[in-house]
Design a protein around this ligand. Sequence first.
Ligand SMILES: Nc1ncnc2c1ncn2[C@@H]1O[C@H](COP(=O)(O)OP(=O)(O)OP(=O)(O)O)[C@@H](O)[C@H]1O
Length: 330
Amino acid sequence: MTTPALQWNRAGYAVRHGFWMRWKTILHELDMDVAQGTALGLVGPNGAGKTTAIKLAAGLITPAAGSVRVHGMPAASSEARRRLGLLTETQYIYPHLRVREWLGMLAGFSGLKGSRLKERVDAVLELMALTEKAGMMMNTLSKGQLQRAGLAQALVHEPEILLLDEPMSGLDPYWRYRLNNILKEFKASGGTLLFSSHILADVERLSDRVALLDGGRVRWIGALSEMPRQVVGYEAVCRTDSPEALKALTNGNRPERLPQGEWRIAVPIDKKSVLLDLSAQKRIILESLRPMREEIEAVLFKFAGSGPAPDRKLDKKMDPKPAKQEEQTP
Ligand SMILES: Nc1ncnc2c1ncn2[C@@H]1O[C@H](COP(=O)(O)OP(=O)(O)OP(=O)(O)O)[C@@H](O)[C@H]1O
């Protein structure tokens, strides 16, 4: 079996919290992975643990239990970090640096030098349409421009893996579309993507798999197309001369007349037997029948909070100090 590009292996994370500095578990035995060349989208309510999971993969924080690996290497190792491009939710900008200087400085931290560094800074400025802003101070950028500068720094050293916390945040619809295409190209060229988002349409467009986090646990992981969604009704296309038959099927939903004279109707689940009876009696001629499933949002909402309650035993058992021994072993 090939080693995943990213892997959280029963990874836990805890912080000291509150007046009494009690331990608070933020992630509980997180088990998930991302295969090379694929995208995993993290979704979940505020405070679910998405940013913490990304920070663990970036090696910014170390797990208190279990391990987090990048191509089999500890996420906090310098070799792992070299392979990563990271966009955090809150960017550390140096307000009095110019955009080009800021990008150059971060590119330098990633190991780029000389003409190669200049070449790459120019390339990401152009990619993010910031060439004209290159001489401006960082603190004069708009929110969306700052986000694009953040994406430029994540891409400048041509990482194999991108870790993006809310990458679409602050972007206008045009840039959301552009970024979607940029990230698809990144993936098509073998790149691996981990990102979080509250915008389900973006998650649907970009992810091969989705992990739903809530309360610091993975509640569901898989391809959205495989998500178990209940049938809530049917979309029927039929021919009929009977307005009563149409009325009996629709629960007040307005039927749509199609150009060839057929009717497209949304039939609620409880009218399925009426539909079949009318069809058997030839009062309607069914041309097509397609199940309608519940909205993805509704299923996610159901999954969130549906798992086990936080594991108190784990909270107590968890060694708050980073699991150094485990982390060193590739
Ligand atoms: N240093 C800390 N001290 C106390 N609590 C913390 C700390 N860091 C994170 N948390 C808590 O951990 C939980 C998970 O935070 P995290 O930022 O990972 O959530 P998230 O899913 O990214 O949320 P959002 O969608 O709002 O960005 C939150 O309840 C947060 O308050």
